[in-house]
Design a protein around this ligand. Structure first.
Ligand code: TNX
Length: 505
């Protein structure tokens, strides 16, 4: 029998029964180091949380999650059986966690690391209240740190608009997986989603459309700041993207003067790409982009601005070179580091350290490897988001009614899991990779439930690709942990696809 904690008034026999079926819970992404101990700690109505100074916000976050889930009071006090500590000496970017019969201790170098440890603790606890007032956590020692520092999700709020509440919900969803970046695709042909002072038609006109002809929407600057602050409370950095010079029909429809012809095109509700371009040699283009990028930089505390740069088939190549170079100068002037899709490797001049986001397949097609290496040669790193494994909009099966299929769909959970970011582009290894990202393009869906269905469980696979050392990753082991993790998805009401090949309970 499993030994219970020795808390006064605690009935060892009842505890043993309550805890006996509760084997050590599994965790996704898999921790780097974990050993099982003996016995377990039980949370009950006497359990308190000790999280002071820098650890206090993470403690608040934890009790705010656990109080409603368990019905326990979990007071925050100077002493407690659950201790959260910020102090030097723990795994870089990670945390240490120990559960013993006498308590739970999580420690990290900073609050962000502690937050990651709390995500692990959430998965060591039962998924939800089952009418009990005692929650057992099996004794264990975990020492954990990420493979990559950038672990992202991307949400396309341009093809379909998603309100602030949905974005916050997705932030909570990805926090559970230890992702630390949310890239927001804020403008595309079908919609412009962020208010820019001095350019009201961007939102009144450009924000009023979406794929399929819906009414779209946009974020005021106050709403965007609210998203940024909410993300920061989950130690997640927002990366805003304004895609350019292509993917700009919504802006072009808003201001005739931005067009080379001087005539605004109609709003666009379809799903084609590669037909729009900003007018590279007009001075208003540069007034416009300076305002947009400067304001976005001021609204965004994170170090990155994403300028897209993909699929600009409507921009003559010579113009594209000059365009990206000049955008680079503006971004550098804001103090941010520029990110672009790997296509910007084409540009002859880029700020040093410009980051490329690789979106071609895991077997690069002609050109994409060279473009990616060109960025790395200029001191940049890559974010790996290969479309055939990391694009969450790819259909699970060809018969599904949401999703696209251009990137070698169907995209199975085995494929999303079974790749190594360091062996995709030759010449771009572990040291040249900033991290991974799972983009979710929204041409084919508009609801939260569809969004989560496409994301889960494949985003769990991408999170583990970004976190767990390559040598420790095995699909069968992942699949069994994923099946357990689904209990948490269910408890949180997160929709997911019961993909074949996983032993779902
Ligand atoms: C390609 S890959 C795009 C997006 C589409 C997506 C649909 C890349 C950088 N751009 O414009 O939404 O495919 O899967």
């Amino acid at each position: 029998p499993v030994a219970g904690a020795t808390i006064s008034g605690f009935d060892e026999n009842v505890a043993a029964q309550a805890l006996a079926p509760m084997a050590a819970r599994t965790v996704v992404p898999a921790p780097v180091f974990r050993v099982q101990g003996t016995g377990s700690f039980t949370l009950d109505k006497s359990t308190a949380v000790d999280a002071r100074d820098e650890a206090a916000p993470v403690g608040e976050y934890l009790v705010n999650l656990l109080r409603p889930a368990t019905g326990l009071p979990l007071p925050m006090s100077g002493v407690g059986d659950i201790e959260l500590v910020v102090e030097p000496g723990h795994p870089p970017g990670g945390y240490d966690l120990r559960v013993s019969p006498s308590g739970i201790w999580i420690a990290a170098d900073d609050a962000a690391g502690l937050f990651l440890g709390v995500q692990t603790l959430r998965q060591l606890l039962p998924p939800a209240s089952t009418g009990t007032t005692r929650f057992g956590v099996a004794s264990t020692t975990i020492s954990d740190q990420p493979r990559f520092s950038y672990r992202g999700a991307m949400l396309d709020v341009a093809r379909h608009f998603f309100p602030v509440s949905v974005v916050k919900r997705y932030i909570d969803d990805i926090a559970l997986l230890k992702l630390n970046v949310l890239h927001l695709h804020l403008a595309d042909d079908q919609g412009w989603r962020i208010a820019i002072d001095g350019w009201p038609r961007l939102t009144s006109i450009g924000g009023s459309s979406e794929v399929g002809g819906g009414t779209g929407g946009f974020y005021t600057q106050a709403q965007y700041r609210d998203i940024v602050a909410y993300a920061a409370s989950r130690y997640i950095t927002i990366v805003p993207e304004i895609d350019m010079p292509g993917h700009t029909n919504a802006a072009l429809a808003s201001y005739p003067a931005l067009n080379c012809s001087g005539v605004a095109p109609p709003l666009y509700h379809g799903t084609s790409v590669g037909f729009s371009s900003l007018c590279v040699d007009k001075s208003i283009t540069w007034t416009f982009l300076t305002d947009v990028l400067t304001q976005l930089a001021a609204l965004t505390p994170g170090p990155w601005l994403h300028v897209g740069g993909d699929e600009s088939a409507a921009t003559p190549l010579n113009d594209y070179y000059r365009f990206v170079a000049r955008v680079g100068t503006i971004v550098a002037g804001t103090g941010k580091t520029m990110i672009g899709w790997h296509d910007i490797g084409r540009s002859l001049s880029l700020p040093k350290g410009t980051i490329g986001e690789y979106w071609d397949f895991t077997t690069p097609r002609p050109g994409s490897g060279a473009l990616s290496r060109s960025l790395v040669k200029r001191g940049g790193k890559l974010i790996m988001a290969p479309a055939n494994v990391a694009y969450l909009d790819q259909k699970y099966a060809l018969g599904e009614n949401i999703g696209t299929q251009w990137a070698q769909a169907p995209l199975t959970i085995q494929e999303s899991y079974g790749w190594d970011p360091a062996t995709v582009v030759s010449g771009v290894g572990e040291e040249q990779i900033l991290g991974v990202e799972a983009p979710l393009w929204s041409e084919t869906f508009s609801t939260l439930s569809q969004l989560e269905y496409l994301a889960f469980p494949r985003i769990v696979a991408i999170a583990e690709v970004g976190w767990t050392p390559q040598k420790d990753r095995h699909f069968k082991d992942f699949a069994s942990r994923l099946a357990s993790f689904a209990n948490y998805l269910q408890a949180l009401g997160i929709n997911y696809k019961r993909t074949p090949g996983v032993p779902w309970h």
